[in-house]
Design a protein around this ligand. Structure first.
Ligand code: NAP
Ligand code: SF4
Length: 716
């Protein structure tokens, strides 16, 4: 057997800190692994981009990784690559089984090494999460999130799979990878063996933790034997299963110690199985909500331990390392949002970091739709070779009308390319609809997007005119070559459509979420789209300060940030243990009941479940939230009229019914504002472009708006 690597978690020394001129010396300190050195403590975690599944996309995959390596990250981990067919996540997913695979992957490793970064290939066997009929697991128990019942692995099958892991790792080494990560968390195959939640075997691979960890440990030993001692092996260990019959912390520690013994170089953190009913990465999860579990494991091993989950800004990462809670920080989505994250932290340009807002809309939701990942706030992510911002050879005079995210995206990209850009905004603040989203409890990250674009507009030298309602004459007189209309949307008013909609107790979501108006103790919300849900959460949440108390001026202050929900509160709300040395199965405890601050009725005219159209990876969290906040949900209603008593509806049973409410908030979608867009017959002097909500209000979508802006500006 190959000698076991003897890496120990290296303490960050005073010299490391003194040598750094950055405000974040701990995250930038190198880490000596004995046989190789990581240049800093920041690791880009594994993400499935969709590019790894097809050989013809490996050029794009190489460009994607190279761009992040250029941005200064110390080490990156690829999306999951299966060691065999049974382990596929999706049919014909990415593989590393043959010499042809080696050649494809070599394009990636070579591109990364040019920029002095390290790249690790993740070996992921999906087990019962495999979306295909060949899936296998420790026991033949179907997962609640896949339609296929897995086959129970025989001993021969287990032994063959161990060989497959070893072969896959050997090929990864041949392809130039600096190491492999063995995926043992998030409810995938090895986690299915480690935990009694699925492992109900009575042979040598089932029973107590020593038997349940036998297969994962044998995988590690076989991989170490195959790759030798000078190759990084990361094991991603589930530190908190968050499922019934999940492991307790003592068992997690037992596995961690055995992994160290078996030759693992670094232990990475996994939190929650994919089927867990506790959110682990969405935006309402407080930053660094699970770090104390990583810290607990770190106390019991001497190899480096990596923290993860909802870490997206340098201050958070720096604090974790400075307090000795972990040795490395893994962030995944923040590198989709900003490939230059590390270089910006190095120079102290934190305000220029394009922060991942943990929305999942363009990354994880795309994965579930079998679409290529990208990023809502950075449409170049995974499109590095296609959406290119080349310097313009013939700089133009460009006007952008509207300072919402579509307009800010267009103005930033156009100016970056060398155009002379002027941005006009009718209000006294930039950010458009994001100003409403940012005040919803659990959506505090939306402040960061406005901060990023505002900083970037200044950095790129865009001239900004706030409080400027643009008319045709202003545009005609401005001598612009290009005019980008990004005037957005207005909330759909029901005045003239529903009797009583003009009454003072009937307000739009915009008036509510800008702090202009407030509501009483009982409220009816008309419209159960994303905004109806947001408003219901805002009205019932018992944390955060009411906007009418804060006042509009506070909300406009660029330095103001609301206090997010404290981690302890959030854990109590979702039933996650407060004890890092927990003895409850999977770390689950009884949820603390919420006392909502108002009674809310949320309604829609369509039949069926409310929130059915919300996004796959976040919708369930919103639905669970409003349920626990006591929101009464009614679908299939007809609105009859609003009176001073409340709102009259025809309920789904066909009866007229009065809901006695103090206030009604209208969340009935939006209408485009695009009257500045000329007709062809007007023969305008400039070339006009219509983008974002101004172009299409239906399914008003920040992802489309930001991409629209970037694409138009990239083409000028
Ligand atoms: P939306 O999703 O289109 O929902 C509009 C709601 O208004 C629907 O429930 C619709 O239901 C109702 N409605 C439409 N016309 C109406 C009328 N004339 N009278 C009464 N009710 C009417 O729009 P949104 O909620 O404003 O959201 C806008 C966009 O932002 C969406 O694309 C959404 O996905 C996104 N967003 C998402 C989230 C999230 O995921 N959490 C949060 C905020 C925004 P009925 O027609 O059945 O009554
Ligand atoms: Fe983060 Fe949203 Fe971008 Fe995904 S799409 S990387 S969650 S900002």
């Amino acid at each position: 057997m190959a000698a076991v690597a003897t890496t120990t978690a290296q303490k960050i020394t005073t010299t490391d800190i003194e040598e750094s001129s950055s405000p974040y010396p701990h995250i930038l300190a190198p880490l000596d692994l004995g046989f190789t050195t990581l240049k800093n403590r920041i690791v880009m975690g594994s993400m499935h981009t969709g590019l790894e599944d097809r050989f013809y996309n490996y050029g794009k995959l190489a460009a994607y990784f190279a761009r992040r390596a250029e941005g200064g990250v110390g080490m990156m981990i690829t999306g999951g690559i299966s060691p065999n067919r049974e382990g596929w996540l999706l049919p014909a997913g990415g593989t590393m089984n043959t010499k042809a695979d080696v050649l494809n992957h070599r394009r990636v490793t070579q591109a990364v090494h040019k920029h002095d970064s390290k790249i690790i290939m993740q070996i992921l066997h999906s087990g019962r999460y495999g979306y295909h009929p060949f899936s296998v697991s420790s026991s033949a128990i179907k997962s609640p999130i896949t339609p296929f019942k897995p086959r129970k692995m025989s001993i021969k099958n287990i032994e063959q799979t161990i060989e497959d892991y070893a072969r896959c790792a050997t090929l990864a080494k041949e392809a130039g990878y600096d190491g492999v990560e063995i995926m043992g968390s998030e409810g995938y195959l090895l986690n299915q063996f480690l935990s009694s939640h699925v492992n109900q075997r009575s042979d040598e691979y089932g029973g107590d933790i020593y038997a349940r960890m036998k297969f994962p440990l044998n995988v590690v030993r076989a991989v170490r034997e195959a790759v030798g001692s000078d190759f990084i092996i990361i094991f991603r260990l589930s530190m908190l299963d968050l499922v019934k019959d999940g492991n307790v912390m003592d068992e997690v520690i037992t596995v961690a110690k055995a992994l160290e013994e078996a030759g693992v170089t670094i232990i990475n953190t996994g939190i929650g199985w994919h089927e867990a009913r506790v959110p682990t990465i969405v935006t309402s999860v407080p930053r660094a909500a699970f770090v104390d579990f990583t810290h607990e494991v770190k106390k019991h091993v001497s190899i480096p331990v990596m923290a993860s989950n909802r870490i997206n800004m340098p201050e958070t990462a720096e604090n974790i390392l400075a307090q000795g809670q972990a040795d490395l920080i893994q962030m995944a989505r923040p590198f989709l949002a900003d490939p230059d994250w590390v270089n910006k932290a190095k120079t102290g340009d934190t305000d220029r970091i394009n922060t991942c807002i943990a929305c999942n809309q363009a990354c994880l939701d795309h994965t579930f739709q079998h679409k290529r990942s990208t990023c809502l706030v950075n449409p170049q992510a995974c499109y590095e070779t296609e959406l290119v911002y080349k310097k313009s050879k013939k700089p133009q005079k460009v006007a952008v009308v509207g300072g919402g995210v579509a307009g800010m995206s267009a103005a930033t990209v156009a100016a970056k390319r060398g155009h002379d850009v002027t941005l006009f905004e009718a209000r006294d603040v930039l950010g458009g609809q994001f100003n409403y989203a940012k005040v919803v409890p659990g959506k505090e990250e939306f402040f960061e997007t406005i901060r990023y674009f505002t900083t970037e507009l200044a950095h790129q030298g865009v001239t900004i005119h706030l409080n400027t309602k643009v008319d045709k004459a202003l545009l005609d007189d401005g001598g612009f070559d290009h005019i980008i209309i990004a005037t957005g949307v207005v909330p759909r008013s029901l005045a003239g459509r529903l009797e009583g909609a003009e009454l003072p107790q009937v307000i739009s979501y915009a008036d509510l979420l800008s702090g202009k108006k407030t509501v009483g103790q009982t409220v009816a919300v008309i419209g159960a789209g994303g905004i109806g849900f947001d408003v219901s959460e805002y009205l019932t949440a018992n944390h955060g300060q009411p906007l009418h108390e804060l006042g509009e001026e506070t909300l406009k202050d660029p330095d103001y940030r609301p206090t997010p929900q404290p981690i302890e509160d959030w854990r109590e709300e979702w039933g996650v243990t407060l004890d890092s040395d927990y003895q409850t199965d999977g770390g689950l405890v009884k949820r603390e009941p919420i006392t909502p601050v108002r009674q809310v009725y949320l309604m829609q005219r369509s039949a069926g479940r409310l929130g059915a159209g919300l996004n796959k990876t976040t919708g369930w969290v919103h639905r669970a939230h409003i349920k626990s906040h006591g929101v009464i949900q009614i679908s299939g209603v007809q609105y009859e009229k609003i009176t001073t008593e409340g709102i009259w509806i025809t309920n789904p049973q066909g009866h007229s019914q009065l809901l006695r409410v103090d206030s009604v908030v209208v969340c009935a979608g939006q209408e485009s504002v695009n009257e500045l867009m000329p007709n062809v017959a007007d023969a305008p002097n400039a070339e006009y472009h219509l983008i974002g909500g101004a172009k299409l209000a239906a399914e008003l979508d920040a992802k489309r708006a930001i991409r629209d802006g970037a694409e138009v500006a990239a083409a000028i």
